[in-house]
Design a protein around this ligand. Structure first.
Ligand code: 13P
Length: 248
C-alpha cells in the first residue's frame, strides 16, 4: 500500500498562496508517498494545472451528491473532476457540525465522488463528550457504517479518523488511543467490505505537526495523515511528508 499525506486548506488561500503549492511541487519531485492538497474550490483548476504530471494530486473539500441542478452555491463531483482534481473530502466534522450533515448525506456524496472517478476521503471522529462517555468506538462504527458506500475499495476511498477535539487545538489522543481506533476501523472495513478494500488507507487527522508526525506514523494501521493548519506552508508540510516517507 502506498501511504498518503493529504492537506486540507479549509477556507484559506487566494491565488497568491499557490506559491506554497509550487514550493511543495518543487520539494517532492519523486515522493515515496502519495500527496494530495485540498485547496478551496476557487483554486482547484489553477492548482490542478500547476501540478499536472507531478505530485501533489489535488482534491476538493466537499461536493453535492447531485451531478447538477438548482443548488445555489454548491459544487458537484463532475465539476470537481472537470478541474483536474482527483479527490474530494466528504463528511469533515466542520461540515457535519456546521451544516448538520448526516451519514446518509455523506454516503450520497461519497457515491457521487466514486461515480465521477474521484477518491472519496471520508472523515469520521468523536467529540470530546462522546469520548468521555466511552462512546468513541460506537460513534466511529455508526459513522463508518452510515457513510461508507458498499462499493468502497482501496483505490476509490480513504478513511480519515479525526477526533473533533483534536482539530486545530494542538491536542492529540495518546498513541494507544489512536491505535485503538485505527485497529477498530481496519477490523470494521475488513468485516464489512469486499476484499478490494482490505488495504484501504486509514489516515489520522487532528493537530498533526512536524513535531509529532513520526510518532503518529509509527502506530500500526496509521497509513498517513489528513493535515489542516500545517498543510498551509511547505515549511511545515514537507517535514510531515518526510516523516511518512521514513516509515518504510
Ligand atoms: P488541524 O491539522 O489544523 O488540526 O486540522 C485537521 C483537520 O481538520 C484536517 O481535515
Amino acid at each position: 500500500m502506498r501511504k498518503l499525506v493529504a492537506g486540507n486548506w479549509k477556507m484559506n488561500g487566494t491565488r497568491a498562496d499557490l506559491s506554497e503549492l509550487q514550493a511543495i511541487v518543487q520539494a517532492h519531485p519523486a515522493p515515496g508517498v502519495d500527496i494530495v492538497i485540498c485547496p478551496p474550490a476557487t483554486l482547484l483548476f489553477q492548482a490542478a494545472q500547476m501540478t499536472a504530471g507531478h505530485a501533489p494530486d489535488i482534491g476538493a473539500q466537499d461536493c453535492h451528491p447531485a451531478a447538477s441542478g438548482a443548488h445555489t452555491g454548491d459544487i458537484s463531483a463532475p465539476m470537481i473532476a472537470d478541474t483536474g482534481a482527483t479527490a474530494v473530502i466528504v463528511g469533515h466534522s466542520e461540515r457535519r457540525e456546521t451544516y448538520n450533515e448526516t451519514n446518509d448525506l455523506i454516503h450520497a456524496k461519497a457515491s457521487a465522488a466514486h461515480a465521477s472517478g474521484l477518491i472519496a476521503i471520508i472523515c469520521v471522529g468523536e467529540t470530546l463528550a462522546e469520548r468521555d462517555a466511552g462512546q468513541t468506538l460506537q460513534v466511529i462504527g455508526d459513522q463508518l457504517a452510515g457513510s461508507t458506500p458498499d462499493g468502497a475499495t482501496s483505490t476509490n476511498t480513504v478513511i480519515a479518523y479525526e477526533p473533533v477535539w483534536a482539530i486545530g487545538t494542538g491536542k492529540i489522543p495518546t498513541l494507544d488511543q489512536i491505535g485503538e481506533v485505527h485497529d477498530f476501523i481496519r477490523e470494521f472495513l475488513t468485516a464489512r467490505l469486499e476484499s478490494a478494500a482490505l488495504d484501504l488507507r486509514i489516515l489520522y487527522g487532528g493537530s498533526v505537526k512536524p513535531t509529532n508526525a513520526a510518532e503518529i506514523f509509527a502506530v500500526p494501521n496509521v497509513d498517513g495523515a489528513l493535515v489542516g493548519g500545517a498543510s498551509l506552508s511547505n515549511a511545515d508540510f514537507t517535514p510531515i511528508i518526510k516523516a511518512l516517507e521514513a516509515t518504510f
